[in-house]
Design a protein around this ligand. Structure first.
Ligand SMILES: Nc1ncnc2c1ncn2[C@@H]1O[C@H](COP(=O)(O)OP(=O)(O)OP(=O)(O)O)[C@@H](O)[C@H]1O
Ligand SMILES: [Mg+2]
Length: 483
């Protein structure tokens, strides 16, 4: 049976308090206190005579000077709290019959010397038990500390076991992907394959093309770092492979693919307005965690609908966070062949100044919001010309006709107020001066408000027929031209 200090310590403390209490009582009994007359407040010498002092809340030992009071014929101090030894002179006088002495009902008052010895013995036992209690407490504390150290070293060991599991060999990668059998997508870093781990968990294996890794030395440490970042709205990095030229990232599998396919890929299931709001909110939670939930914060630098993945319940998670760190970029390393960010979503200020900040992600998120609302690509080719979504949407917003802004495939199934609110939020995200853009936490709060607006109006069962234009006080000159 193991001694569980957490349970025993309060019990031991209770015991120690009791022993301490007992010790104090004994100490008081043995110390030469003076008589204290609580009920009368008079000094004892004034009231002695033939009086009855019984039941008077007297405490302390009987003072020796009482022996000197020859006129004292009757002394009744019964039913008090007197302590110590009755002076021998008083006992002798009582024996001789010159004093009628009554000391009954004083629990701690002794008539003989042996009683005092007994008390010293009790005091000794009490001190020893108090010492024992202190020793037990110290032992309990020591065991508690030892268990804590043991537990933390166990968890460290488990952690190192886990981190071992995160490193996959090339053979393991071949095994889990069945020799790279099924491709689920392809991006700038290389192809993405479906994989199944030993415990039957489905994963997505991103095999990195050697060109995307050119000049980058810290793949392992950066990938290792990303495996410890977990949030319900971030696609988790389960592990990585780093065997010479062979490099791969193993991610949790997202059954419903990316947002781009659902929104723009000719998917017959049109995302409803509420679904779009929920996806925007999920994504904002993920970004908020990257920006404000971890230290040092992670700036994604490549936010776009194809990096927002959807699980089997259509919950959205941000993919490829931290990849700009894993791969470096031309601003940081001057070597990478791959520019950070994607045209259409890339913050023009970042392009111009090269400064990287959270507000670059906020800009990209603003474009994502416009893509979500309109169902249009960030850059579309019209009559052989590339048109950026902001060039297309801004004049319509200025015209105040929200129904022309929102994806026509929704067939008007959205609420005007919540739609305007999303427009307002999106406009604030793409402000020319990065410092004037809101933090993602404010954007998140705004989007949650939109969802509640939507819910309230749905519950009221009334559609607003009058189109109200909210205060969209945003400079519209700032949108970039298509690249
Ligand atoms: N964890 C995953 N679960 C399911 N599908 C995934 C996962 N990761 C990636 N994919 C699919 O693979 C596709 C390619 O992903 P990848 O990140 O390589 O490129 P991308 O994000 O589309 O573009 P880019 O390389 O420009 O960032 C994604 O669009 C997505 O459809
Ligand atoms: Mg991606």
């Amino acid at each position: 049976m193991s001694l569980t200090p957490i349970i025993h310590i309060p019990y031991l403390m209770f015991f120690a308090i009791n022993v301490a209490h007992l010790l104090i009582k004994i100490f008081m009994a043995l110390s030469p206190l003076t008589l204290n007359l609580k009920s009368t407040n008079k000094p004892l010498y004034m009231i002695v005579g033939n009086r009855d002092l019984s039941n008077n809340s007297l405490n302390g030992p009987l003072p020796d000077f009482l022996i000197q009071l020859r006129s004292l014929k009757v002394l009744n101090v019964g039913k008090n709290n007197l302590t110590g030894l009755v002076p021998s002179g008083l006992l002798e006088r009582s024996k001789r019959g010159s004093l009628l002495l009554s000391v009954d009902d004083n629990h701690d008052l002794c008539m003989k010397e042996s009683c005092k010895k007994k008390k010293s013995f009790v005091a000794l036992i009490a001190s020893l038990s108090a010492l024992l209690v202190i020793l037990l407490l110290l032992l309990g504390f020591w065991i508690f500390k030892k268990r804590k150290v043991l537990m933390s070293s166990n968890s460290k060991r488990e952690g190192s076991k886990a981190s071992k599991h995160q490193i996959f060999s090339h053979a393991e990668i071949l095994n889990i992907t069945e020799n790279f059998k099924t491709i689920i997508g392809e991006g700038g870093f290389g192809k993405v394959y479906i994989g199944i781990l030993q415990d039957q968990t489905q994963v997505a294996v991103k095999r990195l093309s050697p060109s995307s890794m050119q000049g980058y030395k810290e793949f392992q440490s950066e990938a290792q770092l990303l495996t410890i970042v977990h949030h319900k709205n971030l696609v988790s990095l389960i592990g990585y492979c780093d065997e010479g030229e062979i490099k791969a990232l193993i991610y949790e599998y997202m059954a419903n693919g990316n947002l781009q396919q659902h929104l723009l890929g000719g998917n017959s299931n049109i995302l409803k307005w509420n679904d779009r709001l929920n996806i925007a909110i999920d994504a904002a939670y993920g970004i908020d965690y990257m920006h404000n939930g971890i230290k040092p914060p992670i700036v994604h630098r490549d936010l776009k609908p194809s990096n927002i993945l959807l699980d089997e319940k259509m919950h959205a998670k941000i993919a490829d966070f931290g990849l700009s760190r894993v791969f470096g970029n031309e601003i940081d390393s001057h070597i990478s062949t791959r520019p950070a960010g994607t045209f259409g979503y890339l913050d023009p200020e970042c392009q111009r100044t090269g400064n990287i900040s959270k507000r670059n992600d906020v800009y990209s998120f603003g474009i994502i919001l416009f893509v979500l609302m309109t169902g249009r690509q960030a850059i579309e080719r019209v009559d052989g010309e590339s048109i950026h979504i902001l060039e297309w949407v801004s004049p319509i917003i200025e015209g105040g006709d929200i129904k022309k802004v929102i994806d026509p495939r929704l067939k008007g199934e959205f609420h005007i107020n919540s739609a305007w609110k999303v427009v307002e939020i999106a406009m604030s995200c793409i402000l020319q001066i990065a410092a004037e853009r809101p933090d993602i936490s404010q954007i998140l709060a705004g989007l949650n408000e939109c969802l509640s607006l939507e819910m309230v109006q749905k519950n009221n069962g009334r559609e607003r027929s009058i189109v109200e234009m909210p205060s969209v006080c945003v400079e519209l000159e700032s949108y970039p031209s298509a690249r």
